[in-house]
Design a protein around this ligand. Structure first.
Ligand code: HAM
Length: 418
């Protein structure tokens, strides 16, 4: 009897072929943007001590309650696959004493897989990739706030090639938040019995998250709930007004969304989420905000951070057909060699072209000319080079289908735009 086929785990992705090319195209756009914003990249462990996320994220957060991918205990410590980067970056900053750097703010960027034990559906995976950045300083000033927000916005827009919608809110200090939570609890108390099971749980652990509920009847109730802006301290209000004014002054468009509370518990100030302007049913393509107590909560100094993460899979889902073609074209192969000389001259031509930075691959000898052109098209090669037995070279532009005889010298002298 045949062995049962082994499938990839639910909520994971195999990246290969076109999807992998698109992933890499986004990867290079985002990393170029990370450079433009003066960040230094980092690579971090994919698993950490459980405590890092349980403490930092806050006991009331949904991530802690149901979403972490906990590893089977093998030693004396509990480990979990990282559900996000912010706590890991903060741990790295504390453990390596990067906070002692004279060069503040620290600006750290990352791209890698994160893991959440969620019910998989379109755009909601158990292993997905995040690109993002964290700015860390003794106090996050207006410049860092604006830069972190603009970085998130421009990175998403450059990746997608079109506008994204930014929603923002301000959650305030832990103290204002506690007052607000108490007000929400009082407001929801008479309604909670009729609300969904998630909301019943949120009511107990974190009533803020009720505002995030997607159930229509619950959303109706939320409409009359108290607003966080009425619970902000004077200092918070001033900070929020300064941010809004600066965004207006520099002409950045945003929408204020009073119900934006974010899924993680550590935010204490500006919070934001980015949504695609075309694919409006897709969830947030990115989110972030300021966190003033996280570093201290995980045993570090009293420092603040602001950052964001974009979901790579959500960005991929938000690419239009036209944008995909553009990205694939940019990443596409420069030369597809069809070698009839079959004496090594083709390899010489290929190596000279590669020295100039071109990408080059070969057709198999077993493929006839027509089949070779079809393969060149499938690979989206910009040009095919036919190497004749007498070493003459024909260059076929795969877009215009024009074919001309060329010399290797002239090919090497061409301006290279790759
Ligand atoms: P987050 O909102 O939990 O924030 O995740 C950021 C982005 O990751 C989301 O906007 C979404 O695009 C993507 N994402 C989240 N969950 C999934 C999923 N199950 N499947 C696919 N994509 C998903 C954070 O993780 C914070 N660490 C962001 C941050 C950085 N805040 C401050 N600094």
């Amino acid at each position: 009897m045949a062995e049962q086929q082994i499938k990839r785990p639910r909520g994971t992705t195999d990246y290969y072929g076109e999807q992998e090319k698109l992933f890499l195209a986004l990867d290079s756009i985002l990393k170029a943007e990370a450079k433009a914003y003066g960040t230094t990249p980092c690579e971090l462990p994919m698993f950490e001590e459980n405590r890092l996320f349980h403490r930092s994220v806050g006991e009331g957060s949904d991530i802690v309650l149901k979403e972490t991918f906990d590893l089977v205990k093998k030693g004396d410590k509990d480990f979990t696959l990282r559900p996000e980067f912010t706590a890991s970056v903060s741990r790295m900053v504390i453990e390596n004493k990067l906070y002692n750097s004279p060069d503040m703010p620290l600006r750290i960027s990352y791209l890698g897989p994160v893991f959440r034990y969620e019910r998989p559906q379109t755009g909601r995976l158990r292993q997905f990739y995040q690109f993002g950045a964290e700015f860390i300083d003794t106090k996050i000033d207006l410049a860092s706030t604006l830069d972190a927000f603009l970085f998130a916005l421009t990175a998403a827009e450059k990746a997608l090639g079109h506008k994204v919608i930014a929603k923002i809110n301000f959650l305030g200090s832990l103290e204002s938040r506690e007052n607000y939570k108490a007000a929400l609890k009082a407001f929801f108390a008479p309604h909670v019995d009729s609300m969904c099971d998630d909301c019943k749980r949120r009511f107990e652990v974190n009533p803020l998250r009720i505002l995030d509920c997607k159930v229509q009847e619950d959303q109706e109730i939320c409409k009359d709930a108290p607003k966080i802006k009425d619970y902000l301290s004077e200092e918070d209000q001033k900070e929020y007004q300064n941010i809004l004014k600066a965004l207006d002054d520099i002409g950045v468009s945003y929408e204020v969304d009073d119900s934006l509370v974010r899924g993680l518990d550590y935010y204490t100030g500006l919070v934001f989420e980015l949504y695609d302007s075309i694919n409006t049913t897709l969830g947030a393509i990115g989110g972030g905000g300021k966190y003033a107590s996280l570093m201290r909560q995980i045993g570090g100094p009293d420092m603040e951070g602001i950052g964001f993460s974009l979901g790579m899979e959500r960005l991929l889902l938000a690419l239009t057909e036209q944008r995909k073609q553009e990205l694939l074209q940019e990443e596409s192969l420069d030369y597809f060699l069809i070698d009839f000389a079959r004496d090594g001259f083709g390899s010489y031509v290929a190596s000279k072209l590669r020295e100039k930075g071109y990408s080059v691959t070969f057709s198999s000898y077993s493929r006839a000319l027509g089949g070779a052109f079809k393969m060149a098209d499938r690979l989206k090669a910009k040009n095919a080079l036919i190497i004749e037995q007498d070493h003459r070279i024909q260059k076929k532009d795969m877009l215009t289908r024009n074919q001309i005889e060329v010399s290797l010298d002239s090919l090497l002298k061409e301006e290279h735009h790759a």
